[in-house]
Design a protein around this ligand. Structure first.
Ligand SMILES: [Zn+2]
Ligand SMILES: [Zn+2]
Length: 94
């Protein structure tokens, strides 16, 4: 059985699971990540898109793409940041 991890946004409207092992993880402190996360660094894990399942509130996810490489997603109810899609790398940051 692959391990899975559950997560949710601040208010719980959006819930998801990721299964298996992340492809990569890390911190980024580029200007985009700092202004996106409102913090000095943005921590993330990178997953193949098929590892991520939105179990609740998929319709409550907003998207903003500052650059085509990064489609940043958040919960429309509480504003909690959730994912960043990187379509050209075929990875999702959670
Ligand atoms: Zn929320
Ligand atoms: Zn960054």
């Amino acid at each position: 059985m692959d391990k899975s991890y559950k997560g949710s946004c601040f208010c719980g409207s959006v819930q998801f699971t990721v299964t298996g092992e992340p492809a990569a993880m890390g911190y980024c402190h580029c200007e985009s990540c700092r202004t996106w996360s409102a913090g000095p660094v943005n921590a993330f894990t990178l997953w193949k898109p098929e590892s991520l399942k939105i179990t609740k509130g998929a319709d409550k996810i907003g998207t903003f793409a500052k650059t085509p490489q990064s489609q940043r997603k958040w919960c429309k109810a509480c504003g909690g940041h959730r994912f960043t899609d990187h379509p050209q790398w075929c990875l999702v940051a959670v």
